[in-house]
Design a protein around this ligand. Structure first.
Ligand code: GAR
Length: 202
């Protein structure tokens, strides 16, 4: 192998999925890619500390300081281009990206969503809200999905999915934790390796 695919991870919050990716690179689960950059839309995101602790370069593109969606995305694009990034991973990134952005990186953006798409997904369905909706509906099985990102929120091609049981007495928080532990933290690194290896073959 000559080189590794440079990966940028986009985050907004706690960054447990970012941590799973960093750990997977260290343990060799991800061997075709390298996390080269972490971008947060929130200056205080704990995910930034996780990246720094792992020695990964970080950047903040504060959406509130941008005059438009176009400016927000242009600043992300600049960082991606400057750093030679070939694969973008949305790991708890709570902003919608426009068609202008997603078209530019077709089959080069991955997202992890905490349900079995097409259930409990789309605009406004993120984080704990997804698990609240699953519990309100009374489903007995939920899970996580890793998919390519296109212009439709949570609508791109599905790459990996894993089911997780809903248990009696679950709260949105306990269900979120189980979905992360049993599905998200496993699927996202696996998908990162799959796509990185494919890019290297091209
Ligand atoms: C994760 O459960 C992720 O799947 C979800 O937000 C959480 C972020 O946690 N993402 C979405 O809902 C996107 N639609 P993390 O910051 O600890 O990785």
């Amino acid at each position: 192998m000559t080189g590794k695919v440079k990966i940028a991870v986009l985050v907004s919050g706690g960054g447990t999925n970012l941590q799973a990716l960093l750990d997977a690179e260290k343990s060799g689960v991800i061997r075709s890619g390298k996390i080269a950059l972490v971008i947060s839309n929130k200056p205080g995101a704990y995910a930034l500390q996780r990246a720094q602790a792992a020695g990964v370069k970080t950047a903040v593109v504060n959406k509130k300081e941008c005059l438009s969606q176009a400016e927000f995305e242009a600043r992300i694009v600049s960082l991606i281009e400057e750093n030679g990034v070939e694969l973008i991973i949305l790991a708890g990134f709570m902003c919608i990206l426009s068609e202008n952005f997603t078209r530019r990186y077709e089959k080069r953006i991955l997202n992890v969503h905490p349900s079995l798409i097409p259930s409990f997904c789309g605009e406004g369905m993120y984080g704990l809200r997804v698990h609240e909706a699953a519990l309100a509906k009374g489903v007995k099985v939920t899970g996580a999905t890793v998919h390519f990102v296109n212009e439709i929120p949570d609508g791109g091609e599905i790459l990996l999915q894993k089911a997780v049981d809903v248990l009696p007495g679950d709260t949105p928080e306990t269900l979120q934790r189980r979905v992360m532990e049993q599905a998200e933290w496993l699927l996202l690194p696996r998908a990162a390796e799959l796509v990185s290896a494919k890019i290297l073959e091209e």
